[in-house]
Write a new protein. Structure first.
Length: 255
């Protein structure tokens, strides 16, 4: 099974591209056969840091609500269903409608070709951000498996974290109903991230970057250790690196 990993969040500024930065680094380090796709042109420089450093060239796609222009995103599906590679896509904010239009007639066809969509939904823990996640799951959770990504850079500063299923009981029930895994995305200091972007360092390269200093390099190593542990707890991740199969229906299995 080849997976089309959609990094979504609907709300801008929740850390989608930063999470994608980490997800790309993880699969690069694991030797996963994947293609990175830029769909969020406003944050393209984050993915482009990996340009020329990955197994396959970075590709570009465009999501639109215009019915006659939706073909501009078809390459995302072709990479998995036709070329046989996993795909990691950084989606733009506020494109749920465009996604719905584009994927309307593709889910079954892609699955018939041995591929499946997976949505990594990044949230800041704020009420509207989590509400958008819940809406996405309730609308498509039985067709597209979701993974809730809690960006701890934001959630740790909230008086009330709506992305905490122990405190937010309706969210906890939703996660259980649709078997949604949860990833706690560790905090990455903006200062360190700025240095990496300025010098176009991947997270792997940043571990030896003199510009970050001794403590900065150690922070990156600690960040990657925490992130990799979170990612490896998700079944889709393990399947992508060839360890075990995964249920792609998004439904609760019953005996």
């Amino acid at each position: 099974m080849k997976y089309i990993n959609l990094i979504d969040g609907e709300k801008g500024g929740v850390g989608k591209s930063t999470f994608g930065y980490g997800l790309l680094q993880y699969h690069h380090d694991q030797g996963t056969d994947f293609v990175a796709v830029v769909a969020d042109r406003s944050q393209a420089e984050v993915v482009q840091i990996f340009d020329g450093k990955l197994q396959h060239p970075i590709e570009y796609a465009y999501l639109t609500e215009e019915a006659f222009e939706t073909y501009q995103a078809d390459r995302i599906a072709d990479i998995a269903a036709q070329d046989g590679h996993h795909v990691i896509v950084d989606l733009p904010a506020q494109t749920s409608r465009a996604q719905e239009i584009w994927m309307k007639d593709k889910l079954e066809r892609v699955r018939d070709e041995g591929a499946a969509f997976v949505k990594w939904f990044v949230t800041s823990g704020e009420q509207n951000s989590v509400a958008q996640f819940c809406e996405s799951v309730e609308s498509n959770g039985d067709k597209i498996p979701h993974i809730l990504v809690r960006n701890l850079f934001f959630t740790t500063h909230l008086q009330y974290d709506y992305s905490n299923p122990e405190a937010n009981k309706p969210l906890g029930k939703l996660l259980k109903r649709y078997r949604v895994p949860m990833v706690n995305f560790p905090s990455l200091l903006p200062k360190d991230l700025d240095v990496m972007r300025l010098h176009r360092y991947t997270l792997g390269e940043a571990q030896a970057a003199k510009e970050l200093g001794v403590m900065g390099r150690q922070r990156i190593k600690n960040f990657l250790k925490l992130l990799y542990a979170e990612l490896e707890a998700v079944e889709v991740t393990r399947d992508m690196v060839g360890q075990r199969p995964v249920n792609t229906t998004g439904r609760q299995e019953t005996a």
